[in-house]
Write a protein that binds this ligand. Sequence first.
Ligand code: 13P
Length: 339
Amino acid sequence: MSDHLMEETAVKLVAPSKGILAADESTGTIKKRLDSINVESTEDSRRDYREMLFTADGISDYISGVILYDETLRQKASDGRRLAEVLSEQGVIPGIKVDMGAKPLAFSEGELVTEGLDGLRERLAEYYELGARFAKWRAVISISESSPSPYCIETNAHALARYAALCQEANIVPIVEPEVLMDGPHSIDECYAVTETALKAVFDELYKQRVVLEQMLLKPNMVISGTECPEQAGVEEVAAKTLYCFEQTVPAAVPGIVFLSGGQTEAQATEHLNAMNQMSPHPWEISYSFGRALQASALSAWGGKADNVAAGQAAFINRSKLTSAARDGKYSADMETGS
Ligand code: 13P
């Protein structure tokens, strides 16, 4: 019964025209975002910003689920409802970031391993009570002359699978996120090689740890040129190499692939998503779980001012609509200026 519900949740999260809003920035990351618009990061300002997004009229046309941070899952909107209820009453599924962040990997300078497994079973039970029906854990893999090491890839894959199994035990759909960072001068082919190796390790561990593929989603990076690579691959190449990489590594039983935006601009992330959906059919749904690429315009239109809530919401809905069009392969660049 509950197994069936997890499958249903996974499928709903990648329903046609819809995808996920990642609004689970940790306290440190949201401070950086608010600093960029000269707003002090306080419990109230973080709540006001997220309430602005979650109450935008029409959100449920484009957003199937929102990933929340622990603080936000517990916070109340100005009308007294919990923010998680504000979402679920509109048919938007609340999710929760459960990792405790990427920390230095012992004996491997510059590499990171994600922490947060201790006590996770108990935290998941509480999150379920608070309304979360899916979760996220992000592993971080960087590309440099000396990285990633097999040690980094394997320890992160092992932790991702332990997290995913604990989620499914708690009737929560795990989003498995091994992010290969785009920072650096590496080429798209280097990104391809590292992403393929990381995904193979992740699915190997998921299999060993008995994770049910139908009850999870994968949240990967796109296969893309490093930010400082002198030769930037075009949209078609990114889309084709990304899809080829998943064909080699992601079993067809996984219902959906929901991309992170990873520092791409809103328009770039949207164009890439669109190109991949135009190259259909695929064995999995190809959708989004964007943070920055859904929020950048909204954050600056809002600017922390109560008078700008409507402008912030309009920017957020506009971006969501364009991203939703790309999720269906129906986006074109002229839509950026047309609205
Ligand atoms: P970005 O889309 O800004 O990369 O954020 C998505 C996310 O949730 C990263 O963990």
